[in-house]
Design a protein around this ligand. Structure first.
Ligand SMILES: C[S@@+](CC[C@H](N)C(=O)[O-])C[C@H]1O[C@@H](n2cnc3c(N)ncnc32)[C@H](O)[C@@H]1O
Length: 829
């Protein structure tokens, strides 16, 4: 068989890891045939002493071979997540407790003790049981249905930890540097929106009563309305995978989310609105600094071996060594972009100290040492989570198997080791130094501690300005010269973020020493020099994988093979880390509409939108800036970021929630712009009573959900009200006393045609609600369809006979439209 340059056999399956890029893998390896043994893998971790006690190491090693439990999170706003969780607890857990299968008792799902509000659960039973035990089968149907409607997200338990340690608040600016496929981004979005429902409800009540209007002068609309003011920017270097982020976070409908597509080592400084000098001096250009940053970096992923058996076959030391330089650069860039006082979490699903403590140590040194960046002690956080402390000593192994304890030994041996390894990889020379002791504050989670995957998490706090010297100078830190984590700087201003399509090199190529005032604002520069460094160790090759793998609905896998193909959380792939954003960049521009635009005026009037509602946060996605089909809504800060950076070639991939969709209507009174289900939660509190319908009876709700096109005359409870509201879109507020716990605050978009009503819900969501609320497994039906068709036919024939004019079916007006998100209104066919 032929060999490639890197010594791989042509066609050979590439090394797995966790990093991204190059999807489309069609590997059909039989995972059950892979032996769960690898001497090099085991020997490496024995020598590193990651679990020093021999007996404990045996348990640790054995646990890597065991099947991983299935874990999931209830997603969305807290109120909503809790209401779906309540269904699990009320309707499923009782019948799953004390279940036996073939004589043995079977454990019911349990909440993860350390996850807040019992919103994360785990299930340890295998597929056999699920298929053949009726209560588990029932649970499976619930999980699948809620997953496809986005209320449940399958996620590895350990992967849920980093966002929980970030202490995100609703006003925070948050950056997720390596975000795809987006499980943690979803947690970050939930965190910035935490408490929002309550705040908005209170504000709406207060403002409707005319109270509090005195103290709102000069406040942003979000603040007045109790809305989240923070922003989450989720980034990934892989363009295709940046779209996975959109998919994964779609259900959260956050107007505070922006998705970008950059190599994180080169993440650009984003402009904020210029600050005017009150004394009449020069206006200052401000750049965005973040309160919270997540660096969940690409890594070798050997902590995921329980669900990725290929790691047993393919593990080699070069994977970790090869990623070190990129991981360190991402972390350094993150620390530059962080506000002083801000927090950054660095995490990997690798067990390897080279990808973990070594990177953290090098980056802290690179940024000025522990007086500038400290590791936060989080030992009292997440009580219940069993963990081990970070390592302060480790060794470095070359890919040929030679071990080194210190850089000086590498220098003594000379090439090729001096090319393949770097000084920064080594542990602190002074093991009693502040930084060495601080490394113990890092968190290591091992599989045997609580039946999970392996993970590494460090929480860093920035205490002062980071001074990054230009690349080319080897960095002098704590007596060590380091290469491989340098940051080149160049002039700030428009050139610093020139379009990077097809190139990540410094926009203007100017290298200069930093001045103190812009040291934090510069963009990192040319990767050309780093390229050599990145490739001077054994960089693992990419793995190709099918995109859709991330998106499969939850099933309950019993084998690791199934687990691998159905997982959509962590993405254990190693990749040659982006020297430039991968894939074509092809996005329509984001154009904001003037608040006085005639379409917005029409919408405001029809829905009776409150005067507090921020009408300047609407945008469209076309070059001309015309509302053709869909109008999106963003938060104020999001708008400012997009507007300030327009024309700078910034690779914005996504922003805005669909709020209004254009609808062909025949009723001249009805507004053509219907509220999209996605945007309803953002606007409903501000819609005037004139377009609100209240519903209190459970049976009415069931009928509206079950029937795709119920006749107005058949919905007795709300008939009168909908008739007085008139044609077009309105807001249905559901308030059923007996089901408060499971329904939460349910608000739905309702369309009134001449004769029929239509809940405008995506098919999956309608199905999931029917199952959850009414135990209906069959889904919606269209029993009036035949009747309508017959009526239409009769009308048409009669009309044609009368005057030869062909009349359109009035009720068909809602059924031909499909929105941009693929949600067919009413008629799902
Ligand atoms: C471990 S995965 C992130 C998982 C993600 N945080 C989550 O929780 O779903 C690493 C991601 O980093 C991306 N990546 C690799 N190199 C990168 C770089 N230089 N800059 C930004 N992203 C990069 C990969 O495409 C991959 O999606």
């Amino acid at each position: 068989m032929s060999r490639t340059k890197k010594g791989k056999r042509a066609g050979e399956k590439k090394q797995r890891g966790r990093g991204g890029g190059n999807n489309g893998n069609n590997d059909r390896t039989d995972y059950s045939s892979i032996a769960k043994e690898n001497e090099k893998f085991q020997g490496y971790y024995v020598k590193q002493g990651i679990v020093p006690d021999e007996e404990e190491f045996k348990k640790f090693w054995q646990s890597l071979k065991d099947t991983l439990p299935t874990t999931w999170r209830f997603t969305g706003s807290k109120g909503h997540a809790i209401s779906v969780r309540n269904t699990l607890q009320t309707h499923h857990i009782p019948s799953l407790t004390n279940t036996t299968f073939e004589g043995a008792s079977i454990p019911a799902p349990t909440p993860l003790s350390w996850y807040p509000d019992q919103l994360a659960w785990q299930l340890t039973v295998g597929k056999q049981v699920i298929r053949r035990s009726p209560p588990f089968k029932h649970l499976q149907a619930f999980l699948v249905s809620e997953t496809s409607s986005g209320n449940i997200s399958r996620q590895e338990a350990v992967s849920m930890i980093p966002p929980l340690l970030m202490d995100v608040e609703p006003h925070h600016m948050v950056l997720d540097m390596c975000a795809a496929p987006g499980s943690k981004t979803a947690q970050l979005i939930e965190a910035i929106h935490s408490g929002e429902e309550e705040r908005v409800a209170e504000a709406a009540k207060r403002l409707a009563g005319g109270e509090g209007s005195a103290d709102i002068d000069g406040e942003t609309p979000e603040k007045i309305m109790g809305k989240t003011t923070g922003v989450v920017i989720a980034n990934d270097a892989d363009y295709k995978r940046s779209h996975l982020l959109i998919h994964q976070t779609k259900r959260l409908n956050s107007p505070n989310l922006i998705v970008t597509n950059y190599d994180a080592t080169l993440y650009p400084s984003l402009r904020l609105p210029t600050k005017q000098d009150p004394n009449g001096g020069k206006a200052m250009q401000e750049y965005l600094k973040f309160d919270r940053i997540l660096c969940d970096v690409p890594c070798s992923g050997d902590g995921t071996v329980r669900k990725n058996p290929l790691i047993w076959r393919d593990w080699n030391v070069g994977n970790g060594n090869g990623l070190w330089s990129t991981q360190a650069r991402i972390l350094v860039r993150g620390l530059q972009l962080l506000k002083v006082g801000g927090r950054l979490v660095y995490s990997t699903c690798s067990l390897n100290p080279i990808e973990n403590e070594s990177v953290v140590h090098a980056a802290i040194e690179r940024c000025g040492g522990p007086s500038v960046v400290e590791i936060v002690d989080v030992s009292d956080r997440l009580p219940g989570l069993v963990r081990r402390q970070g390592m302060k000593n480790w060794k470095v192994m070359d890919k040929d198997g030679t071990w080194f304890e210190k850089w000086e030994d590498v220098v003594e041996k000379g090439e090729p080791y001096t090319d393949r390894l770097t000084r920064g990889m080594f542990p602190p020379a002074d093991q009693d130094s502040e930084i060495a002791n601080m490394l113990n504050r890092a968190v290591r989670v091992y599989p045997h501690l609580q039946d999970t995957g392996g993970f590494f998490i460090t929480v860093l706090q920035k205490k002062g300005a980071v001074k990054a010297a230009p690349e080319g100078e080897k960095i002098q830190t704590g007596g060590q010269k380091m290469k491989g984590v340098g940051v080149e700087s160049h002039a700030n201003g428009s050139a610093d973020v020139k379009p990077v399509e097809g190139s990540t090199s410094s926009a203007n190529g100017v290298k200069r020493a930093l001045s103190t005032e812009d040291e934090e604002l510069v963009d990192p520069g040319s990767p050309t020099k780093r390229q050599k460094l990145d490739f001077n160790t054994d960089t693992p090759a990419s793995v190709e994988k099918d995109d859709d793998e991330e998106l499969k609905p939850l099933d309950i896998p019993s084998t690791e093979q199934e687990s691998r193909t159905q997982e959509f959380d962590e993405d254990p792939k190693t990749d040659v880390i982006a020297k430039k954003p991968r894939g074509n960049f092809n996005e329509e521009p984001f154009k904001f509409l003037s608040p006085s635009h005639e379409v917005l005026a029409l919408i405001k009037n029809f829905y009776g939108l409150s005067s507090y509602f921020p009408m300047n946060n609407f945008l469209v996605r076309n070059q001309e800036g015309i509302p053709v089909r869909t109008i999106y809504f963003t938060s104020t800060m999001t708008r400012q970021i997009l507007s300030e950076n327009e024309g700078r070639g910034i690779r914005f991939v996504h922003c805005g929630v669909k709020m209004f969709n254009r609808q062909e209507v025949q009723d001249p009174e009805a507004c053509q712009w219907r509220i999209q289900n996605e945007g309803l939660g953002l606007v409903e509190a501000w819609v005037g009573e004139k377009r609100v319908v209240h519903l209190k009876q459970k049976e009415t709700l069931r009928y509206l959900m079950k029937e795709l096109f119920p006749r107005v005359e058949d919905v007795a409870e709300i008939r009168e009200r909908v008739e007085s509201v008139g044609g077009g879109c309105c807001v249905l507020r559901v308030n059923i006393e007996e089901d408060k716990d499971e329904l939460g605050a349910l608000v739905l978009p309702l369309w009134k045609s001449k004769f029929t009503l239509n809940l405008m819900l995506p098919k999956e969501e309608r199905k999931a609600l029917l199952l959850r609320l009414f135990n209906d497994t069959e889904g919606p039906k269209d029993s009036t369809r035949e009747q309508r068709e017959a009526d239409a036919k009769a009308r048409k024939e009669a009309k044609e006979q009368d005057d030869g004019v062909v009349e359109e079916d009035q009720d068909e007006e809602m059924k031909d439209e499909e929105d941009d998100g693929g949600v067919k209104i009413g008629d799902d066919e």
